[in-house]
Design a protein around this ligand. Structure first.
Ligand code: PHE
Length: 356
């Protein structure tokens, strides 16, 4: 872990071990240039706790990019609960409360929200200890906010922008889209795609779930082993990160990659590998920012209508990035990165206002 931390370009990590549940907790604060660090809390089993720390660091960096990409004055952070295995409800509450107390001790340096492996109900449990530092709880009387549908909408718009760019029309009728992972984001995304006439290919490690969604949406199931060489127009990774790598990219038979998973590229060079194969890649943190747009705005009392229209702007952002990438003859990741760098540089230039 020491080497990981020494070589990280982020600001700080907070590590806590919860002995009663044998859970390692990592909070990675990547950048507070734009504001206090915010980002979801992931719960997962890792082979080694160190992998959890690595994940937290990479995801926190992704959050810095995500907030900058949507122009919010919020910094990048992420929480990881590296559990030893599935927890029973009581143990789950215990570890979530422990996490909540940790958030309270940080006093706003990191605020959390839902992510892979956690639910809106988990956020409510954390909020019992640290209500002011959890997104999506107590926004509307007693209602919990699920960021999934907002994220799905942004990804849907991103896919449309990519289809427009590649095929000359945003029409999804008859386009085949492979959705890998039909959880809280993948499922609502699949429904939107289906409603727009797309032909769905559904994959999930939970094969029964894949079957149910495929049946509901008149799609076909693709086995987890067949995903990477499945022919389709759009491949939408909506589960784990790092599915695009030196091993998978040569197999791909799609024209577009656009999905909701965070950190889809195993390493930065994978953007060039996709580019060389003429596969259009929509930068993950741009298209999957819908939840990040929605949570703070809903928390500040903005109406549903305002929030959906703010999420809608993702389409224009993606269009701009794709246009610039084409002009520059480069992968869209570079144009996206320039948006981030500009936001950070502008903030660094802002005069620091003296506190009264
Ligand atoms: N975890 C989701 C994401 O990565 C939603 C989220 C956004 C949660 C921002 C907390 C804060 O976008």
């Amino acid at each position: 872990m020491r080497e990981l931390i020494e070589n990280w370009d982020g600001e700080s990590v907070v590590i806590s071990y919860h002995a009663p549940t044998d859970t390692w907790i990592f909070i990675a604060i990547h950048s507070t240039v734009l504001g206090p660090a915010n980002g979801g809390c992931r719960m997962r089993v890792y082979d080694d706790p160190e992998d959890g720390l690595r994940d937290a660091m990479r995801l926190a960096e992704g959050m810095t990019h995500k907030w900058a990409g949507i122009g919010f004055d919020i910094g990048g952070g992420k929480g990881v609960l590296a559990v030893p295995g599935p927890l029973d409800p009581d143990a789950r509450r215990q570890v979530l409360h422990h996490f909540g107390r940790l958030l309270r001790s940080l006093n706003g340096a990191y605020c959390t929200g839902e992510d892979l492996g956690t639910t809106p109900e988990d956020m409510a449990t954390i909020a019992e200890e640290a209500p002011e530092f959890v997104h999506g709880v107590g926004v509307r009387a007693a209602a919990l906010v699920d960021p999934g549908p907002y994220t799905a909408f942004g990804v849907f718009l991103g896919i449309r922008a990519c289809v427009h760019h590649v095929f000359g029309s945003p029409e999804l009728q008859g386009r085949s889209v492979l959705v890998q992972g039909v959880g809280d984001v993948g499922a609502p995304l699949a429904r939107r795609l289906r409603d727009s006439g797309a032909r769905l290919l559904v994959c999930d490690t939970d094969v029964a779930l894949a079957g149910r969604i495929a049946q509901e949406l008149d799609g076909d199931v693709v086995g987890p082993e067949a995903v990477y060489h499945q022919e389709c127009d759009v491949y939408a990774p909506c589960a784990m990160g790092a599915t695009l790598s030196r091993h998978t990219i040569p197999k791909l038979r799609c024209c577009i990659v656009a999905g909701s998973a965070n950190n889809q590229l195993a390493e930065p060079e994978d953007a060039e590998r996709l580019y060389e194969r003429e596969i259009l890649y929509a930068p993950d943190y741009i298209v999957n920012a819908g939840g990040a747009v929605a949570l703070p705005l809903l928390g500040k009392g903005h109406s549903e209508e305002e929030v959906w229209s703010r999420v809608r702007r993702i389409e224009g952002t993606v269009e701009g990035i794709l246009r610039e990438a084409k002009e520059q003859d480069e992968s869209p990741v570079h144009a996206a990165r320039r948006i981030v760098e500009r936001a950070l540089a502008n903030k660094r230039r802002e005069p620091v206002t003296a506190r009264p």
